[in-house]
Design a protein around this ligand. Structure first.
Ligand code: ZN
Length: 100
């Protein structure tokens, strides 16, 4: 029994371990790997991962580039005035549109 468990443990290659520890964004990559049953060497895997990762980063940068909006209260982009942490802190419960 004990030796059987050891065998199963030993069958996990570093590649398998890396694939299992990948974040969810690598799910397509992992599925692809499982489907093709392609056996990477560790070096090959790392190369593939780096290529995939740079693609993900480009994607993330593209979506980050577009600002959600520019706040008129604190002049920071990324949120609107109604979502401004400043106005939430100071004017909790107080109607703030009276001046406008
Ligand atoms: Zn703000």
């Amino acid at each position: 029994m004990k030796s059987l468990m050891n065998t199963q443990m030993a069958e996990k290659t570093p590649v398998d371990i890396i694939l299992m520890s990948l974040p969810k964004s690598f799910e397509p990559f992992r599925l692809n790997y499982n489907m093709n049953k392609k056996l990477y060497s560790l070096a090959e895997l790392l190369t593939e991962l780096q290529a995939a990762e740079s693609l993900f980063q480009q994607h993330v940068q593209n979506s980050v580039k577009k600002p959600k909006g520019k706040c008129f209260k604190c002049k920071q982009s990324g949120h609107w005035k109604k979502d401004c942490p400043l106005s939430k802190k100071k004017n909790a419960g107080v109607p703030e549109n009276q001046a406008a």
